[in-house]
Structures are given as structure tokens and as C-alpha cells.
Ligand binder design. Structure first.
Ligand code: GDP
Ligand code: GDP
Length: 473
């Protein structure tokens, strides 16, 4: 399970600046989807190859009135559930009573807390941060300038890494993209001489994962979109293998089930099976539980509420799903009882705001009445098969040749970009590594062209494709 680090502090101390710096390097995939550049509150970061989830708890204000009253519920929960907290203070403002309020609250949480003084650029940092020792949180006040990146690497590597390493659980053995990559270390150009017949090509494309593979399907969505209703609907219709599932409120409930001979594990973030009966109080929505469910899934079913349209929280969850490289199926729920003009309006909004994730199937469903629910499986299956498809070096290179033949890469400063060969660099999501001269200089329009070419040739639906470029002379 990925460790979770929460950023906490008064408004304007620089939390989102630090958040952006921490998540930016990991955002390669998200950057391919220009519709998702808006501010997000959670993302994936990495320190020395240790990934972690970072949460910007935007809602914490904190003042003499009593911090509990002022903290947004989700921010509070994020702090409670996080494995470590970066408590930001403003080195220019100096110590404020609100900082004391937040410190008092954090001390009660029994968490690993790192006190971080931001904005130390252009001031006498050592004397400016001295007063923060009065907060009595740990031995050190870490000095950073988030806007310029100063001190951030040290904070991560010296302070956070040892803590995060301790939290990490041993990697699960088995399918591992790292070992898949090793296959390609011995790649030589000789392999390119081997031409596949059309029949061989078709066979390789169609190669599906074994029938026995279980699809881990996470039901994702903000509060009240209908997660519990859908989960109940699915469980009412399918054979549920086990009923009693353990777990704490911090974990999702894992429910094994079958549909059409395929086994699934439903990752239920709404906690249906934990309740004694359906009328039990609806479980609290937890961002961290949701993020972990996404990480642990093969396919995410993201539910959107037709009656609310697309909200920032939907986009934030979508961003995290893309960042994690998970397969995606969208379900617009509560489609029952809507006027036709309302339906049209929603479809237009979907096109406008989610048109950039053209790879994901969209279903219009009513979890309450069961309409459209059965068809979800087809897209889930398709997304799973696409994401785990094994693709040969010869084939990705052949497709590259065809794409370049159809449409030459543009010149870069008077020089022709030459794409030479490609290999599959992993799956789930599929990664295609392209080698060539000036390959990294390709404009994003041409990268998108290649991505779409691969998507169509390989019939990959429901999963993002990651394309990486390597310079070869
Ligand atoms: P948040 O409300 O805690 O998320 O704070 P923001 O990240 O929005 O930052 C608040 C303001 O502080 C913005 O105007 C930032 O440009 C500025 N800021 C953030 N980090 C630094 C820094 O390292 N140095 C300086 N001088 N300003 C910073
Ligand atoms: P969760 O918080 O995402 O688990 O959402 P719930 O499943 O608890 O649903 C929230 C509310 O939306 C409940 O009042 C449901 O009855 C209602 N609801 C869920 N699905 C539908 C639907 O397809 N149509 C309509 N009209 N209401 C729905």
C-alpha cells in the first residue's frame, strides 16, 4: 500500500505550490491530457523511486476559535489517515496563533510530523525560522522555498525517505513491469529484419489474458453519486463468493464475485458489506480509501452524477486514476427520469469537458433501477484485456513504421526527426518506448498522432497508453 503524506498549514503558506512541485515530475501521463491541468488536491509523488500519495488539505485554516470547528471534514480525515504530515509554516509571516492551534491538533494525532518553514528565499533563513521551535514539533525545522524548489529535495530524501521506506510493504511477487523491461535490455536491431505475417500479427494482437485472471474492479466516485446503490445492484444480481469480509474503516471491502464465468474482485469503497443492513448509515467518504482502491485495482469504474454534472472532485479523481495508469470506464448515473433536453445538455458537457479522455467508454445508467448496469461488464472486460495485452517488439516497431510512412514526423530546426524502432516497455498501462534521432523533440501533436495510431492498430480501449521516447544516435 502506498504511504500517504498530507500537507497541512494555514492558507497561503505555500501548500499548493509544494504540492505542484512534488507531483509535477510524476505527471507525464496527465500532461498528455490538457483537460486535466486544473489544480488538484491529491496526486502521486515519488522520492528515490518510492512512490507515495500526497494530499493538499486545502481546508485547514486554524485560529483561536478552535481548530476543529474550522477544519473541513475531509482535511481532518486526511490528517487522521495519513502516514506522515508535512506541517507548513510561513517563514516571512513568522509564528502565528493559528500555527499554534494547528500544532496542538497535530500533536494529538500521534503522527510522524515534519515541521517545514516555507518561503526562506531572500531572507535570513536561520534567524527567521528560529521562533518556530516554540511549536515543539520534532527536533528540526526544515527550511524550503517551494516556489523555487530550494530545500525540497533535502526534505524528501533526508527526512521523508527513511520514514516512507519503513512504511512500505514488501512488493508482491508476480507480474512486474520491471522484469518485463529486462526482456528488452538485449534488444538488437536484428530483430527488425523479422517480418510478421498478417496472421501472426492478428494472433498477437488478440492474445488475451488467461480466463482465470481476476479483474479487480474499483467503484469510484464522490459522495452520493450512487456507489452503494450500484454495488448493491451488482451484488444482488451476481454470485457473491464470500460474504464476511474483515477490514477497518480505512480500508475498502474486497468482494469476490463472478459474472459470465469471469471472476472479479469488487473493491467497494462505500463499505456496503461492512454494514449490517442497507439502512445502516452511509459510510463516510474517505479520499485516502478511494486513492488506495484506485491504486489496487485493474479497472476503475468512475461514477458521475448526471444531476450534478462534472464537478472539480470528479476531475480530481479522474486525474488520479490517469496518474496511476489504471484502466477506466465512466458511468453517468441517475440517468432515470431526466428530460431529453437535460440529457442532451449533459452529453454536451461531457464532450466539452471530458472529450480529452477519448479512450474511455461512457455508459449512461440507473443504479437505482438497474438500467444499463449489465453492459458495464463489456467495457470493463475490454479495458482489462487492453491494459494487460502482451505486445511484441516486432509488432510495435512495425506499427511505428506504418505510422511514420503514413505521416512523416515534422522537422526540428531544419533537421528531420528519425524514429527507428520501438518496444513494449510494460503494461497496465501499456507503455511503448520509441527510439530515434531527436525523438524527444517531437511536438505534442505528433505524439498524440502516434498514440492514436497505436490505439487503433492494437485495438486498445479503456486504458491510457504511455509513450516514452529515447534518443538514439
Ligand atoms: P496555500 O494556500 O498554502 O496552498 O499557498 P499557495 O501555494 O497558494 O501559495 C501562497 C502564496 O505564496 C503564493 O503567492 C505563492 O506564490 C507564494 N509562495 C509559495 N511558495 C513560496 C516560496 O517558496 N517563496 C516565496 N517568496 N513565495 C512563495
Ligand atoms: P454513495 O454515497 O456514492 O454510495 O451513493 P448512494 O448509493 O448512497 O446514493 C446516494 C443517493 O442517490 C441515494 O439517495 C440513492 O437512492 C440515490 N441514487 C443512487 N443511484 C440512483 C439512480 O440511478 N437514480 C436515482 N434517481 N437516484 C439514485
Amino acid at each position: 500500500m502506498l504511504p500517504v503524506v498530507a500537507l497541512v498549514g494555514r492558507p497561503n503558506v505555500g501548500k499548493s505550490t509544494l504540492f505542484n512541485r512534488l507531483t509535477r515530475s510524476r505527471n507525464a501521463l496527465v500532461a498528455d491530457y490538457p483537460g486535466l491541468t486544473r489544480d488538484r488536491q491529491y496526486g502521486k509523488a515519488e522520492v528515490e523511486e518510492h512512490p507515495f500519495i500526497v494530499i493538499d488539505t486545502g481546508g485547514i485554516h486554524g485560529d483561536e476559535e478552535g481548530i476543529d470547528a474550522l477544519m473541513a471534514e475531509q482535511s481532518l480525515m486526511a490528517v487522521e489517515e495519513a502516514d506522515a504530515v508535512l506541517f507548513l509554516v510561513d517563514a516571512r509571516d513568522g509564528l502565528t496563533s493559528a500555527d499554534f492551534g494547528i500544532a496542538d491538533y497535530l500533536r494529538k494525532q500521534d503522527k510522524k510530523i515534519f515541521l517545514v518553514a516555507n518561503k526562506v528565499d531572500g531572507i535570513d533563513a536561520d534567524s527567521a525560522v528560529a521562533e518556530f521551535y516554540a511549536l515543539s514539533l520534532g527536533e528540526e525545522v526544515h527550511q524550503i522555498a517551494a516556489a523555487h524548489g530550494r530545500g525540497v529535495t533535502q526534505l524528501l530524501t533526508l527526512a521523508l525517505t527513511p520514514h516512507i521506506e519503513a512504511l512500505r510493504q514488501p512488493k508482491v511477487a508476480g507480474d512486474n513491469p520491471d522484469t518485463l523491461n529486462e526482456e528488452f535490455d538485449n534488444f538488437t536491431d536484428d530483430e527488425l529484419d523479422y517480418e510478421l505475417t498478417e496472421a501472426e500479427l492478428a494472433k498477437q494482437v488478440e492474445e488475451a489474458p488467461s480466463e482465470n485472471d481476476t479483474i479487480k474492479l474499483a467503484i469510484i466516485g464522490k459522495p452520493n453519486v450512487g456507489k452503494s446503490t450500484l454495488t448493491n445492484r451488482i451484488l444482488g444480481e451476481e454470485r457473491v463468493v464470500v460474504f464476511d469480509m474483515p477490514g477497518t474503516t480505512r480500508d475498502s471491502v474486497y468482494i469476490p464475485m463472478e459474472h459470465n464465468g469471469r471472476s472479479y474482485t469488487l473493491i467497494d469503497t462505500a463499505g456496503i458489506r461492512r454494514r449490517k443492513n442497507v439502512t445502516d448509515i452511509v459510510e463516510k467518504f474517505s479520499v485516502i480509501k478511494t486513492l488506495r482502491a484506485i491504486e489496487d485495482s485493474n479497472v476503475c469504474l468512475l461514477i458521475i452524477d448526471a444531476r450534478e454534472g462534472i464537478t472539480d472532485q470528479d476531475l480530481s479523481l479522474l486525474g488520479f486514476i490517469l496518474e496511476s495508469g489504471r484502466s477506466l470506464v465512466l458511468a453517468v448515473n441517475k440517468w432515470d427520469g431526466l428530460d431529453d433536453h437535460v440529457k442532451d445538455r449533459i452529453k454536451t458537457e461531457l464532450d466539452r469537458r471530458l472529450g480529452f479522455i477519448d479512450f474511455a467508454k461512457i455508459h449512461f445508467i440507473s443504479a437505482l433501477h438497474g438500467t444499463g448496469v449489465g453492459h458495464l461488464y463489456e467495457s470493463v472486460e475490454e479495458a482489462f484485456v487492453s491494459a494487460t495485452k502482451r505486445i511484441s517488439t516486432a509488432m510495435v516497431t512495425k506499427i511505428l513504421d506504418m505510422a511514420v510512412f503514413d505521416h512523416q514526423p515534422p522537422m526540428h530546426q531544419g533537421r528531420r526527426v528519425k524514429l527507428k524502432y520501438a518496444h513494449a516497455g510494460g503494461y497496465n498501462p501499456p507503455i511503448i518506448v520509441i527510439h530515434g534521432n531527436l525523438a524527444k523533440k517531437l511536438p505534442s501533436s505528433y505524439k498524440r498522432y502516434l498514440m492514436n495510431y497505436y490505439r487503433k492498430s492494437l485495438k486498445i480501449m479503456g486504458t491510457p497508453i504511455r509513450i516514452e521516447f529515447r534518443e538514439t544516435s
